[in-house]
Each structure stands twice: as structure tokens, then as C-alpha cells.
Ligand binder design. Structure first.
Ligand SMILES: *Cc1c(COP(=O)(O)O)cnc(C)c1O
Length: 448
């Protein structure tokens, strides 16, 4: 199994070469459990199988039952559009068994990952001392950051795990934030939003009206809600966080990439005051799954919380300038998942990223204009980032679901309905630079 096998290499590399050349990537289809199980039946036996047969099974049956998130017609949820350079380097990360645990073992990989974290920190306006690590996703980043918020508050207030602690979140916060609070035993102080946006004023009012203020130790703002791309009043929230001495976490898993886009950069004012910040390069920074950047203003606070204490790890924690990514999140072993982004950034330069992100924003603006000009369509609100939420006048919930199924069955688009104030509506999430207005027109025409 560990010998170099030239024919196996050719088989897999040929597949990868073909996959990299798909233009456009086909959407493909939802799976049928019975059929998939029938194809897989008996495969994991004692003696193994002909690799060509296994590859064929994957190509013809398994891969076609995965809706391609990197298709330019994938406009649901948050799509992905990794650069070729990033995809290729992801294979290098695998091939070289690159891990990213500690400076002792992986200084070369970590130095490069930290260069990317530095670049993102600079775009956010965080100080030179800021730092963190790459984790698997926004959910893992939010969890790791809010554990630090919790434990830092416990230490500061001299309370133990029995003390009631709360973090203010908006009623629009991502589901992973509520999950995180459940996991870490911190209650949510849910602050109502104005037009789905958390403001400093609303946060201040909620805190001032509260009869247990000392238990409120942090606030989470969203830099780009997943549903509609709405950026909270980060500067206002930062003011209130400063006034009440709260940990200020910014969830920019989807929208954080807008820091690289001059046309929207102003809307992120205040992010430079964040105590912690998350952005998912596997969303709008064109990295392959799974990759989230987690950055702390004062990384030493995170290190105090996340460093694992085990005698076999003592040798990792010596004096010096070493940086152990394991110390900045709840993980230990980790893939050096920042490297594909590092390679692609190094190859293409930041301007190419800016252009590609602006392209998603332009698609959203042009689509909004088409919708405004259409008799039967209506914008739910003007897009702020690259998500466009709109309705087809006269349609009920089942119309949207039927339409969505038809679009996918015809391979015209993967566009799932969403909810808005109790109503079912349509939504596009743009970020793939290969999505064209011709595709958008083709999809909108099916709503006539
Ligand atoms: C996608 C998203 C998350 C979750 O990130 P994962 O990478 O899916 O774990 C959290 N917050 C926001 C705002 C998101 O858009």
C-alpha cells in the first residue's frame, strides 16, 4: 500500500486533471440512498478491488450524486469557487502529509499560514500583535473564540464555572453562534435588530434595560449575514462593547472577504476594534474546503485558554518565538489548511482577489437591477453584499419549492428558497466569478 504505483498515480492524476478542466462544472443531482447503497454494496471486502473499477464507481455514481458547490450555477446557501492554484496546492498539502500542529514540527507551513493571517489582519486594521490560526470552518472559529471570551471574563471577574455569563447576540446571528453558546454554557442575550441589522443603540438599550448587567461579558456582531449579506453597525457595537468592557467578536464567515473589496470596505468600519474575528476563505476567498481564519486581537489570551496540557506535549512549549496553531483553538492535530490560500495568493496577488470579489458584488447589483425592472419580481431589500433576496409576486411557498426542484432537475441552477420574516422567498448567493448575467437571466425567465 505504501509503494509508489505508477498506474494508480496515473489513474488518479488523470481524474484530477479532467476534473480541473470541467468548464463549466456540471451541477449534478441529489442522491438516491437505495441506488447509492446498491453501488457500494460489498466494496469494502477483505481483498480490495481493481482501482480503475473503484474510480469508475466514484466518477459515474458517487460524484454525480453530489451537487457541485463550485458550479457557476450553484447559487444556494454559500457556494464555493476555489482557484485552480489553491486546489492544486491542496493536493500538495495532502501529498506531503503537511500537518500544522506546532512550530517544532511544522515551522515552514505555519510561517506561511501566519503570513496569510497577517494579510487578513491588516485588511481588518487589527494591530501587529494580532494572530490566530486556521480552523475547519466558521462554526469552529466562533466556538473557539467565544470560549476565550468566556474564560477571559471568568478570570477578569474572578468567578468560576457556576457563575451565570451571557453574550449579546442579534436575532439574526448565525445558527453556529447559538450552538456555540449552548455548548459552552453561556446564555444568549438576544438583541432585537432594526431592519435585520444589529446597532450600537439597540445593544446599549438592551444592556441598560437589563437587571443583571455584570453577567453580560461579550457581544457577537455579524459582518455579512448569511441569508441577506447584512453587515451590523460594527462601529456602534464596538463603542458599546468598549463602554461596558465586553468581548467584541465579529463573525465574518461569509462577508469578511468584503474587506478586500473597495466598493464595500467602508461598511466594515469598527472591525478594527474586534477582540476576535472569523472569516471563511472556503467561502468568498476562493480556498477549497475546509478553511476558516480565526484571528484574535490579543492571541495570548487564547493561548492561555486553549493550550493543551499533556506531558507528551511539554516539548512543544519551550521558550522562544514559536507559534503553535494548536494553542489558538480547541483542536490539536490539524491540517495545514491555510496553505492552499497562501499559495494562490502568492501566485496571483491580492488584486486578482479584489477583482474576483468585486465580480460577485457586481453580479448582485446587476441582478437587483434586473429584478427592479421586472413586473413580476420584487426585491426584498437592496443587496449590501453578494446575496440577493427577492420574491415572485403572487407565489406561495410551494411555488418556490417546485420551481427550485425544476431548476435543478433541468440543470439550470441550484437555487433554494429561503425564509424572510415568515415568508418563503427566493435567494441568490453570488461569489463564483464564472456565474454570468446570461445564467441569471435564464433562471429569472423561469419565474415569469
Ligand atoms: C457560513 C457561516 C458560518 C458557519 O461557517 P462554517 O464554515 O459553515 O462552519 C458562521 N457564520 C456565518 C455568518 C456564516 O455565513
Amino acid at each position: 500500500m505504501h509503494q509508489y504505483d505508477a498506474s494508480l498515480v496515473d489513474l488518479v492524476f488523470d481524474y484530477m486533471r479532467a476534473r480541473l478542466q470541467y468548464d463549466p462544472v456540471p451541477l449534478d443531482h441529489p442522491g438516491d440512498g437505495d441506488k447509492l447503497r446498491a453501488h457500494l454494496d460489498g466494496l469494502l471486502n477483505e481483498h480490495g478491488n481493481d482501482p480503475a473499477e473503484v474510480m469508475k464507481l466514484y466518477d459515474q455514481h458517487l460524484s454525480r450524486a453530489v451537487i457541485s458547490a463550485d458550479s457557476p450555477r450553484y447559487l444556494s446557501f454559500i457556494p464555493c469557487a476555489p482557484t485552480k492554484a489553491a486546489l492544486l496546492f491542496d493536493m500538495v498539502v495532502s501529498c506531503a502529509s503537511l500537518q500544522g500542529i506546532s512550530w517544532l514540527e511544522a515551522a515552514g507551513a505555519i510561517a506561511a499560514e501566519n503570513q496569510v493571517l497577517r494579510l487578513i489582519s491588516d485588511r481588518a486594521g487589527l494591530p501587529a500583535t494580532a494572530g490566530g490560526c486556521f480552523v475547519s470552518g466558521g462554526s469552529a472559529g466562533n466556538l473557539s473564540a467565544l470560549v476565550v471570551a468566556r474564560d477571559t471574563a471568568r478570570r477578569k471577574h474572578g468567578v468560576d464555572a457556576r457563575a451565570r455569563l451571557r453574550i449579546a447576540v442579534s436575532d439574526q446571528a448565525h445558527s453556529s453562534i447559538i450552538n456555540t453558546l449552548n455548548i459552552i454554557g453561556v446564555e444568549a442575550l438576544v438583541v432585537p435588530t432594526e431592519g435585520h441589522r444589529l446597532t450600537g443603540e439597540a445593544l446599549r438599550a438592551a444592556i441598560e434595560a437589563d437587571d443583571d448587567r455584570p453577567s453580560i461579558i461579550g457581544v457577537v456582531a455579524t459582518a455579512g449575514t448569511t441569508n441577506a449579506g447584512i453587515i451590523d453597525d460594527l462601529a456602534g457595537v464596538a463603542d458599546v462593547a468598549g463602554h461596558f468592557d465586553l468581548w467584541f467578536h465579529v463573525d465574518g464567515a461569509y462577508g469578511g472577504a468584503g474587506l478586500f473589496a473597495p466598493s464595500v470596505r467602508d461598511r466594515y468600519q469598527g472591525i478594527e476594534r474586534a477582540d476576535s474575528f472569523v472569516v471563511d476563505p472556503h467561502k468568498w476567498l476562493f480556498a477549497p474546503f475546509d478553511c476558516a481564519a480565526l484571528i484574535y486581537r490579543k492571541p495570548w489570551l487564547a493561548k492561555g485558554v486553549h493550550t493543551q496540557d499533556a506531558s507528551y506535549l511539554d516539548c512543544l512549549h519551550t521558550e522562544g518565538e514559536e507559534w503553535n496553531p494548536t494553542d489558538y483553538a480547541y483542536h490539536l492535530t490539524r491540517r495545514a489548511r491555510g496553505l492552499p490560500l497562501w499559495f494562490s495568493l502568492a501566485v496571483h496577488g491580492t488584486e486578482a482577489y479584489t477583482d474576483a470579489i468585486e465580480e460577485g458584488l457586481r453580479l448582485a447589483r446587476d441582478t437587483a437591477q434586473l429584478i427592479r425592472e421586472s413586473e413580476h419580481l420584487e426585491l426584498v431589500r437592496d443587496p449590501e453584499l453578494s446575496a440577493v433576496v427577492f420574491r415572485r409576486k403572487g407565489w406561495g411557498s410551494h411555488d418556490y419549492y417546485d420551481w427550485s426542484h425544476r431548476l435543478l432537475a433541468g440543470q439550470v441552477g441550484f437555487v433554494t428558497p429561503t425564509g424572510w420574516e415568515g415568508e418563503t422567498v427566493a435567494r441568490f448567493a453570488f461569489l463564483h466569478p464564472g456565474t454570468s448575467m446570461a445564467m441569471v437571466r435564464e433562471i429569472l425567465a423561469t419565474m415569469a
